[in-house]
Ligand binder design. Sequence first.
Ligand code: GLU
Length: 450
Amino acid sequence: MPYVADTIAKLKRTGPAEIEYYQAVEEVLMSLRPLLDKDAKYKKHNIIDRIVEPERQIMFRVAWIDDKGQVQVNKGYRIEFNSALGPYKGGIRLHPSVYAGIIKFLGFEQIFKNALTGLAIGGAKGGSDFDPKGKSDNEIMRFCQSFMNELYRHIGPTTDIPAGDIGVGAREIGYMFGQYKRLTGRYDGVFTGKKINWGGSLARKEATGYGAVYFAQNMLAAIGQTLEGKTCVVSGAGNVAIYTVEKLQQVGATPVTVSDSRGMIHHPQGINLATLKQLKEVEGASLSEYAQRHPEARYTAAADYPAGRNPIWSVRCDAAFPSATQNELNEADAVALLKNGCSCISEGANMPSTQGAIDKFLAAGISYGPGKAANAGGVATSQLEMAQNASMQQWTFEEVDSRLHAIMNNIYQTVSSTAAEFGQAGNLVLGANIAGFRKVADAMIDQGVV
Ligand code: GLU
């Protein structure tokens, strides 16, 4: 497809070495062929060239002082990618792997994900190569304050609303919000993922994981199945993974794995949710501790993983929920999952499957829910938090959860009916990319060349 190759070549020339970004763009563009062939207006308005170029990229120095009194310097990013559908919206990631290519891929995915929610939110992402691991609470606070000393001037409740992502939870949001408030003197709904007692939304913490399970239920219902009694594998041990495990248990499935950066747990009797929450939400401990408390569970250290593979994807299962990070599931993993009978994948993480893995899932015709559709429940609930803040209300957990559930059902309907409209029923990658793109592109055309 020449327009894909031409676009990627231009991106490589004008923004070198942004590997993950090219990957995300290629996946979306490959899906668009049937739409571009059907409707000439997208080509006429040169939407492809426009949509792959962020509206604004902010890169800044974050200098802070560690507990030893040493000056530390990190890179800070906020990429305001597209505001055709609403104010920029997307999380902040703090992880040593962060560089422009990661923030750009995440921001690009966010545009289409946010469009699929049906809510009025544009796409953005931010972050830093700061590593929160091993840092004291005071160091985290000083970093967040310094990060905000630059970012505050670019954000606002109707311009750009950051949230959490890897390495950023309610604690970090609190420090950033506090500094924003101090610098601006405003108590605005400028962040989502806040704590409940100062403006957060009930069910926001649970939303991404719950949403990924609701999405899987939709995919299974279409083929007359449910999650009840199914063995599931989950990767990760953060917010997304924990609440995926919780919802899976509530609907009668058995999640048997979780993982963190140091290793993975396989607990054939089912993950003990109380232990998982205690270790990750209270103690901040490694999963190796889990095996101490549950001797029937097996811990494998990451150092002992076979080269380039995560053993989670070789565990026999009916459904898989990749909920850790990008490119955590490769082609060989996909082959192993399929061989072991896995027939449903719902992605809680952003771009966890490589293109090779996606191709295997699509060729096998299994239920495959790509991240930009399956994990959209998090950002959708962020928008519900914005709505509560703007109207000075606080909804109940049940109210938020039932809206989340309806949004996930609606995303599934949109994505699957779009796939069918273009003669590829069941291809939810194509359905998600076309449905998300069409909504944003049409708005861009309506709003003129800006
Ligand atoms: N970081 C999350 C995502 O990838 C949530 C973003 C938000 O709530 O703004 O969608």
